[in-house]
Design a protein around this ligand. Structure first.
Ligand code: UD1
Ligand code: F6R
Length: 371
């Protein structure tokens, strides 16, 4: 049922304040006079000790689910102190990469049925790792075959392009990081401010959804482009990859997410006055580095569209010559949840304006059950 919306993708983008609320329901503890704020993940609580003791945490997934894990990686590293590595499921299998008994392998999958991820799970089970699932589908193969896990509870996602599952996956993995770090006194203040940020996150997403018309106007400007680059770093490297994935898979426009730190190692050669470039430069520890990336792109006459925190337009675009997308600022590790929304809207409007099928992109299936 699409309700008042024309497409499922549109409906699922707009229902993110509600899906995020459902994802967090019953899992955030407000705390009180003598009790600290904390998170409660029923499916993980008996396994936290083992996870904290593991030698490494390995995230394994495909496509959007991989990108969600990439967005959560920095906060998991920070709060757990355990090294976190990333594996695209098919690549792990191609290499038969090493997985050890002392590893915690985390399988991220909206459907819980993706063949590559499922085969990687079988492989990790054979190698004796603790296998944790993060999935949206109760009773799915990944939910059944992992030792433990967390359901993201985002509600059924019908559009082939994943939107609300992505934001809920990031929130769940941030909650996993909070739960693993729960025994560390030195990070308690940090954890409590993230928990406050989670409580307020649905409101911030509601606020960023107001950019709908602005994103439609931007889509009109970009409708006939051949290509669109997206630069991000730190927490928002994942945002660049995921924004580009949305644009290519639904709007059928070439788009590439680029780690901004890699700019001078090749991509800079592409920059001219024609190619549109989205730069994600919201407020966080990498901000000044992104400012210098913007200056360098600007010096090469790049056509820039800069995403920045509200009120910061003049610090990312002093000359006023680039287009600016201002988004509400949230806790750094939650910023990817807010930042992806305008890019989802952009991909959606580009697709409609270009006349392509939004909910069933050419050649793609919702659940990829073959390798
Ligand atoms: C559970 C109930 C929820 C109820 C809540 C009340 C289910 C599915 N969930 O939610 O309806 O409101 O208790 O306390 O009945 N699991 C895996 N792999 C995965 C995902 C989950 O093994 O990929 C396991 C978990 O370890 C757990 C179980 O499935 O044992 C349920 O997980 P989850 O729904 O996340 O647990 P709760 O949030 O506690
Ligand atoms: C992109 C998209 C795909 C899936 C990928 C993994 O919008 O939906 O990239 O994310 O096929 O699917 P799941 O998460 O079901 O394992």
């Amino acid at each position: 049922n699409k309700g008042n919306y024309e497409h499922y993708m549109q409906k699922e983008i707009h229902e993110q304040p509600e899906s995020l609320t459902t994802t967090m329901r019953g899992r955030l503890i407000r705390g009180g006079s003598c009790k600290a704020k904390s998170v409660l993940l029923g499916g993980l609580k008996d396994h936290l000790k083992t996870i904290r003791r593991s030698r490494r945490i390995v995230f394994i997934g495909c496509g959007t689910s991989y990108n969600a894990a990439l967005a959560a990686r920095p906060i998991l590293e920070e709060l757990s102190g355990v090294p976190v590595t990333m594996e695209i499921a098919s690549d792990l299998l191609d290499r038969q990469g090493p997985i050890y008994r002392e590893d915690t392998a985390v399988f991220v999958s909206q459907s819980g049925e993706t063949a590559d991820t499922l085969h990687a799970l079988e492989y990790a089970l054979e190698n004796g790792a603790l296998c944790v699932g993060i999935t949206n589908t109760v009773g799915s193969a990944i939910a059944r075959n992992t030792h433990c896990g967390v359901h993201i509870n985002a509600g059924c996602e019908i559009g082939v392009a994943s939107t609300k599952a992505y934001t809920s996956q990031i929130v769940v993995m941030a909650m996993v990081a909070l739960a693993i770090g729960d025994d560390t006194i030195s990070s308690q203040a940090r954890r409590e401010s993230i928990i406050d940020g989670l409580f307020d996150l649905p409101n911030k997403v509601r606020e960023v959804l107001k950019l709908d018309q602005e994103m439609k106007d931007l889509a009109k400007l970009l409708i006939a482009e051949q290509s669109l680059l997206m630069f991000g770093r730190g927490y928002n490297y994942a945002t660049a990859l995921e924004g580009a994935l949305k644009v290519k898979e639904v709007a059928l426009m070439h788009s590439e997410g680029i780690l901004a730190g890699e700019m001078k190692h090749g991509p800079l050669a592409l920059v001219d006055e024609n190619l549109p470039i989205v730069v994600i430069a919201t407020q966080d520890a990498c901000f000044s580095k992104q400012q210098s990336v913007i200056q360098q792109l600007h010096a090469r006459k790049g056509r820039l569209i800069v995403m920045c925190s509200k009120g910061k337009a003049s610090s990312v675009c002093p000359s006023g010559s680039c287009r600016v997308i201002e988004v509400p600022q949230v806790e750094d590790c939650l910023q990817p949840v807010v930042n992806i929304v305008p890019l989802q809207l952009l991909a959606y409007h580009l697709t409609v304006l270009r006349g392509y099928n939004v909910d069933q992109p050419r050649n793609l299936a919702k659940s990829v059950t073959t390798e």
